[in-house]
Design a protein around this ligand. Structure first.
Ligand SMILES: Cc1ncc(C[n+]2csc(CCOP(=O)(O)OP(=O)(O)O)c2C)c(N)n1
Ligand SMILES: [Mg+2]
Length: 708
């Protein structure tokens, strides 16, 4: 294979981003937008007319189907309400005329079909799970007819979306917003120490809570510092609505956001913010950027909170509920299967309950992607752990031998499939995903449903319960897999000396937290070990940069999670290389009193790159040592001293016999804490299927102490 680096995703962004974009027309609109932008800069009005109307981009698309105007506002009684999408926080109340729903594709689902899927129908028609964008008890600080600054309108728009935490770093172009934030009684701003930190924090907030995360930056370097976070959020489907400021960030981020706005009139702020939140959380969630120039922030206006959203074409393309006929086909296929496997991904994070019920009803074993960890409980005997490049032998064996693969909320990523032709080559494939671009992108399914996987699983469960009492029995298949588990268990070296192997540190942390902490990571070996050795019992407890593989993600995403989950322990399992990339956030966790625990697996190296050097480059070290070359016996840098400078308590542990006590102390110390765990750099993450290889090439033995 082309040796792209280790677990980071060189090359992945371009292809995946292109596939994930919702806008169908970004290519041919680019020139028009750029010239409009130039005109706007020169003070013209034509640009504002063009640029403010993002809806035009949608409506002109080939997909436009003439949906009547969709009103936003206080809920009315209507026969047609629609659940917006899979994430809990992103479900909003959108009311429309009956006819509108036909145009939105609902007509494709026969009345009878929907009626048969009781749970789905209830959710759609009762509106119970639909939330009005503005809480009923919302009280504005302003009289209805009182003019106020654009920045205050923005802050109130955020309040009306239910935002209680923002991650914002000020500058000349965003001071107005910060001033307005100080006038809010409900929003707390967490001042990260770097804009990359704030966007990762917003992601951690979003991934751990299912709500939209918000970060705000000033123009120029503030905005460009957000760029990696946009790319990360687009790939990993966290949703952050991100007001930023001033051009050219709209152009810079065009291909790495789900959508972006340049607000050209103050009156548009309420509508644009409503749309941004809706876009960020609906369908396949993704990051949305809103660029609000300073003069717009300063303009006075009386906001109209009842402006309708103008997302007709987007709405028309949101997938309808799953068709009962397709679900029946899946059940018929299941009846003939002998060796089915569920392959569950990040698209199932909101559907964990339905997935668990599906497994109860069918007895089908489950394997998870990196992003899907926690969608099915690790302690369940039917769980096969993670599959793919660093997945277990038994998970990869199961997929290799399966005669039916049920792919739920996944994208057949190359870290999962390896050699595509060999992946699940004996299986009939069922693919359920909300993003039509993912279906058939890498692997052609035999049956596919483009829908919210939660609705599809609820429908399947209902059909199974209503079907024959005698169901297919997969116990022989599960017994076969239990045998593979016994033969090829997950293992790590147990040295006689007092060395701490990194896997043991994670296993001990898991024991001491009962598998219930929120874990974040950087990128590298520690990330893979955290995926393998911490047992995730629940969804939204695992924060990692999977799609992009951005080092530096661990600490800021942990602090974002801690800001919204004060009652759950949050531990950043980090690498020494990754941690240093956003080390400045130590100051944030102290000042903001965020009780983040940092457990650094310090191997003094860029360990994952070292592993690849060992295996594929005859162990030639090429700039992968992070210690001080003139004092190799020392540990460098001294993270405890840096933590001390930030008033974060810390300790270093080097001997195995002290490990458990050191982790206990970390967990029991109130507030933030840093534990520097010194581990050898020769360990390799195993099993390993080399990139582009197939299951039969799986490596289960060896480390950096051997020559390859
Ligand atoms: C921002 C960024 N730069 C470079 C990489 C390439 N990369 C992937 S893993 C890795 C090593 C990470 O080292 P460390 O954080 O110490 O983790 P370890 O592998 O040692 O556990 C590197 C350099 C990346 N993923 N992200
Ligand atoms: Mg390291």
């Amino acid at each position: 294979m082309a040796q792209t680096c280790c677990s980071c995703r060189a090359g992945a962004l371009q292809s995946s981003a292109a596939a994930a974009l919702v806008r169908p027309d970004c290519g041919d609109r680019r020139g028009e937008r750029a010239s409009a932008l130039a005109f706007a800069k020169a003070g013209g009005v034509r640009a504002s007319q063009k640029l403010q109307s993002n809806e035009e981009q949608f409506s002109r698309s080939a997909f436009f189907r003439g949906v009547p105007e969709v009103k936003v506002g206080a809920p009315r009684r209507s026969r047609s309400t629609m659940a917006a999408g899979p994430s809990s926080g992103g479900v909003v109340s959108i009311l429309s005329e009956e006819k509108g729903m036909e145009h939105m594709g609902m007509a494709a689902v026969k009345e009878a079909d929907v009626a048969a899927i009781g749970a789905i129908e209830t959710r759609i028609s009762s509106g119970k799970s639909l939330t009005a964008p503005t809480p009923r008890d919302f009280v504005s600080r302003y009289a209805d007819d009182e003019p106020r600054k654009g920045s205050d309108i923005l802050v109130e728009a955020l309040e009306r979306e239910g935002v209680r935490t923002t991650f914002a770093y000020p500058g000349g172009a965003s001071m107005e917003i910060h001033q307005a934030l100080t006038r809010s009684n409900v929003i707390r701003n967490v001042l990260c120490r770097h804009e990359q930190g704030e966007i990762f924090a917003a992601e951690g907030y979003a991934k751990s809570s299912g709500r939209v995360g918000v970060c705000i930056a000033t123009s120029g370097p503030g905005a460009t510092n957000l760029v990696t976070g946009f790319a990360d959020a687009l790939l990993d489907i966290a949703h952050a609505a991100l007001p930023s400021l001033e051009t050219p960030i709209v152009e810079v981020t065009r291909s790495i956001t789900k959508h972006n706005y340049l607000v050209m009139t103050v009156e548009d702020i309420p509508r644009v913010i409503r749309e941004a939140f809706f876009l960020a959380a609906s369908g396949r969630p993704g990051p949305v950027l809103v660029d609000i120039p300073k003069d717009i922030q300063q303009q006075m206006a009386i906001p109209d909170w009842n402006q309708p959203m103008k997302l007709q074409s987007y709405l028309s393309r949101l997938p309808p509920p799953p068709q009962i006929s397709l679900m029946q086909q899946i059940i018929r296929l299941l009846a003939t299967a002998k060796k089915p496997v569920i392959y569950s991904g990040g698209g199932c994070l909101h559907a964990s309950k339905e997935l668990r019920e599906f497994v109860e009803l069918t007895g089908i074993p489950v394997t998870s992607t990196l992003m899907g960890l926690g969608t099915f409980p690790a302690s369940d005997k039917r769980y096969l752990s993670m599959l793919g490049m660093h997945g277990t032998v038994y998970a990869n064996y199961a997929v290799d031998n399966a005669d039916m693969l049920l792919a739920f909320g996944v994208r057949f990523d190359d870290r999962v499939t390896g050699k595509l032709e060999s992946f699940a080559s004996r299986a009939s494939i069922v693919h359920i995903d909300i993003d039509p671009a993912e279906i058939g992108k890498n692997k052609q399914p035999h049956i596919s449903i483009c829908a919210d996987v939660q609705l599809a699983l609820a429908g399947l469960n209902k059909l199974i319960k209503e079907g024959p009492a005698e169901r297919p029995d997969f116990s022989a298949w599960r017994a076969e897999l239990d045998g593979v588990k016994l033969k090829w268990p997950m293992k790590f070296p147990k040295f006689d000396n007092s060395v701490i192997v990194p896997q043991l540190a994670i296993q001990t942390l898991c024991e001491l937290t009962g598998g219930n902490a929120i874990i974040s990571t950087g990128v590298g070996q520690h990330q893979m070990w955290a995926a393998q050795w911490y047992e995730y019992e629940q969804p939204r407890r695992w924060l990692t940069s999977g799609g992009l593989g951005a080092m530096g993600f661990g600490l800021p995403s942990a602090l974002g999670a801690a800001a919204t989950h004060p009652d759950i322990p949050v531990v950043d399992i980090d690498g020494d290389g990754s941690f240093i990339m956003n080390i400045q956030e130590l100051a944030t966790i102290h000042v903001e009193k965020l009780p983040v625990k940092i457990m650094i697996l310090n191997n003094q190296h860029l360990g994952m790159v070292v592993q690849w050097e060992d295996r594929f480059y005859k162990a030639n070290r090429a700039h992968t040592y992070l210690g001080d070359p003139e004092a190799e016996a020392d540990i460098y840098p001294d993270f405890c001293k840096i933590a001390e400078g930030c008033k974060v308590p810390s300790a270093r542990v080097t001997r195995r016999e002290h490990l458990r006590d050191a982790i206990t102390k970390m967990l029991e110390t109130p507030g933030p804490y840093l534990l520097d765990v010194i581990v050898p750099h020769q360990e390799h993450v195993l099993p390993m299927i080399p990139g582009g290889a197939s299951f039969k090439e799986i490596i289960t033995e060896g480390d950096g102490r051997q020559i390859y």
